[in-house]
Design a binder for this molecule. Structure first.
Ligand code: PLP
Length: 409
């Protein structure tokens, strides 16, 4: 990712100046577009400009911005009670209700939910749980994986692709190793020393890479043979993004632990790791309080998440995801500037083949009112991952705008 090279920073009003001075920056060249409000598939600036949101907060806003059901749930719960006591002590209806609904929708063995605050914390919790349950320390991940930005999550980034981020922060955690996604032969590196294997069933930040036929099944089998736990990171793929409510259902493979975040909170910050009781209960003793968190499962976030999940189900949003994704593909794939489209549901990587073209199209997108982004490990393709509630007309109109930008490359 070469963000520094691409975006100019015109500082022309006080709010932008304060943003640059007082809000910590993650790159030297932020977009600097001010958001006034967001609704459905769009957000708007104070100058009255409208942007198609084709990032959806990185697969967060699956039910659309300012979804009325989610807004109502937040308002009602906030007026009722917000934070009361650290996670796991008091019985709070929004948490219990959401956990119960989630496990009803997941395979039977995923029966117990540990709520946390973010994706990286869900990964942290899942890794600790795997070590605790198996009494092993070896952890395997996939090359070009992204699981978050904490020390443990960064240690899961493979080598050499992850070195750009990992190197500056060494030493990271020991006993981590990465294998090649979709390489059946490398599954042999899972052994009876391996505590767990962590995988995104569809790799997001690698630039949308889908599993080869039978790969996840072979991985499941190898984990069963060796006693390693299989952890699915469905933080980006969950809640309908790939065309099923969860990607594990699309591929018919059940992990021992699943990590969720992003769309889990319906736009509010929320993460979770979910497992069967036999595994999860090991965090309770020796030591007691094996993983603790103040705000995990915040009642307002759980109320928002449950409202969003119910919206997805009640409005049959997930059933339409594959059709809308295919429509984008059909509308864009014949453009001469497009080398390839990699896609799972409404998660698309449109490959241009050259980073210079990618940086240029980002500028053009800004001009025509499109928010897109590239991928951590792939700066030659742009992302299309809009709210799943995007209408067919909006798909057609945004694809038309994208084509006008592709024409100008
Ligand atoms: C697959 C995946 N896992 C984990 C994370 C980390 O989530 P968070 O940013 O909430 O820590 C991300 C974030 O982009 C992700 O895409």
């Amino acid at each position: 990712m070469k963000k520094e090279a691409t975006r100019s920073v015109p500082v022309n009003n006080n709010l932008r100046k304060q943003f640059l001075h007082h809000v910590a920056q993650t790159s030297p060249s932020p977009m600097l577009v001010e958001v006034e409000r967001a609704e459905g598939s769009f957000f708007y600036t104070p100058e009255g400009r409208r942007y198609y949101d084709l990032v959806a907060g990185v697969s967060v806003s699956n039910v659309g911005h300012a979804n009325p059901d989610v807004v109502r749930a937040v308002q009602e719960q906030a007026a009722h009670y917000m934070h009361v006591m650290v996670y796991g002590e008091l019985v709070e209806k929004p948490q219990v209700g959401y956990a119960t609904r989630l496990v009803e929708l997941l395979p039977e063995s995923l029966e117990c939910v540990y709520f946390v605050n973010s994706g990286a914390e869900a990964i942290e919790g899942a890794l600790k749980l795997a070590k605790r349950y198996t009494h092993r320390t070896g952890i395997l991940s996939m090359r070009r994986a992204y699981h978050g930005s904490t020390h443990a999550a960064m240690a899961l980034m493979g080598t050499p692709e992850g070195e750009e981020w990992k190197n500056a922060f060494r030493p990271l955690l020991p006993d981590f190793e990465a294998i090649e996604f979709n390489d059946f032969a490398q599954l042999e590196r899972i052994t009876n020393r391996t505590a767990c294997v962590v995988i995104e069933p569809v790799q997001g930040e690698a630039g949308v890479r889908t599993p080869a036929t039978g790969y996840l099944q072979a991985l499941r089998k190898r984990c069963d043979e060796t006693g390693a736990l299989l952890i699915f990171d469905e933080i980006q793929t969950g809640f309908g993004r790939t065309g099923e409510l969860f990607a594990m259902q699309k591929y018919g493979v059940t992990p021992d632990i699943v990590c969720l975040a992003k769309a889990l909170g319906g736009g509010m910050p929320l993460g979770a790791f979910i497992a069967r009781h036999e595994i999860m209960d090991t965090l309770q003793t020796n030591p007691t309080l094996g993983h603790i968190t103040t705000f995990g499962g915040h009642p307002v976030c759980c109320a928002a998440g449950l409202a969003a999940l119910n919206y997805l189900l009640d409005h049959r949003v997930v059933e339409q995801v594959e059709r809308k994704g295919a429509l984008y593909e059909e509308l864009l794939r014949d453009h001469p500037a497009v080398r390839e489209i990699r896609r799972s549901g409404l998660l698309l990587a449109v490959e241009l083949g050259e980073s210079d073209k990618l940086y240029r199209i980002m500028e053009l997108f800004k001009e025509v009112g499109i928010l897109s982004d590239w991928f951590l490990y792939c700066d030659t393709a742009f992302r299309i991952s809009p709210p799943l509630t995007i209408t067919d007309d909006e798909v057609r109109d945004s694809a038309r705008l994208i084509r006008t930008c592709l024409d100008r490359l």
